[in-house]
Design a protein around this ligand. Structure first.
Ligand SMILES: [Zn+2]
Length: 282
């Protein structure tokens, strides 16, 4: 009796776990209750077009060499009275990068102080996505579990994984939630971090469902520009080619099923797909 009772308990627990897992990772049918808006922030732009030959491991841009303009974007998501930042851009202007205003300065223009940012979601650990993270020490860091493992390793597993922007969270000074698969940030399906590994081990993108604009997909670096999106191009420096292709496939599939507006975060040709700052897409 005890045995079968335990077994039934175990079965129920397993099913509950599955249902919970399904609920936390299922963005598709939920309707947002809180009002949600999305604001594009400038997080730095290369002053000159960039040699993109390294962005194809099949030499698509090497013969002849190709250059493209390259920007870094971050996003402010308002969910009711709560705020989330998606990506944290370049740290500062440099010889190569123009950054007229920091994220904190841009947020001030829309009346948001850094302590109001409840979550900072990082698509991945590259420096052009994490530079201004230290300005948000009160925020819960949301980061792919695979990326969190990389930046905490000593030395980091990959040379382009700089742990310094994460120091506050690595030391235990800030709250961290690692994202192993997808994560429904506010629990109503309106803002969902999407598992898209391959560019880095824990790379993610973001789905934001807006009442008027409809679904918007932020790419992270699942691709960097239109040419790679259209041809399933994989950069030479991605950590896993097969995962990269699977993630591009998933991203396109989500875009098709939701009829989502796709924003490739580094491609200046996508800037006009959202209202110009300080206006927000609603
Ligand atoms: Zn990257």
């Amino acid at each position: 009796m005890t045995g079968s009772y335990s077994a039934r308990r175990a079965l129920i627990a397993a099913w509950s776990g599955l249902l919970l897992a399904a609920a936390s990772s299922a963005p598709v049918s939920a309707q947002p209750k809180a009002s949600v808006s999305l604001t594009r922030l400038d997080c730095g732009t290369f002053k000159a077009p960039r040699d993109v030959s390294g962005f194809s491991d099949s030499f698509a841009y090497s013969n002849p060499p190709k250059t493209l303009p390259f920007t870094a974007s971050c996003y402010l998501i308002r969910h009711g009275d709560r705020f989330m930042l998606w990506d944290a851009g370049f740290a500062a202007p440099s010889d190569l990068v123009a950054l007229p205003k920091t994220v904190v300065q841009q947020l001030a223009e829309v009346g948001v102080t850094p302590d109001k940012i409840a979550f900072v979601g990082i698509s991945h650990y590259h420096a052009d996505h994490t530079g201004q993270l230290p300005n948000f020490p009160d925020a819960t860091l949301l980061i792919g579990a695979g990326d969190w493992d990389v930046v905490r390793a000593t030395p980091p597993k990959y040379a382009n994984a700089d742990p310094r922007p994460f120091a506050h969270w690595i030391s235990g000074g800030g709250k961290v939630e690692t994202v192993a698969v997808d994560k429904d940030v506010f629990g109503d399906g309106s803002v969902v971090i999407l598992n898209l590994p391959g560019h880095t081990p824990g790379h993610h993108g973001l789905l934001v469902r807006l009442a008027q604009t409809g679904p918007v997909l932020l790419s992270g670096d699942v691709v960097h520009f239109h040419e790679n999106y259209e041809t399933n191009g994989v950069p030479t420096f991605n950590t896993d080619r097969a995962d990269s292709l699977a993630s591009i496939d998933r991203f396109k599939d989500i875009a098709a099923h939701l009829k989502a507006r796709v924003i490739i975060q580094h491609d200046p040709r996508d800037i006009a797909k959202l209202p110009a700052f300080p206006k927000a897409a609603q």
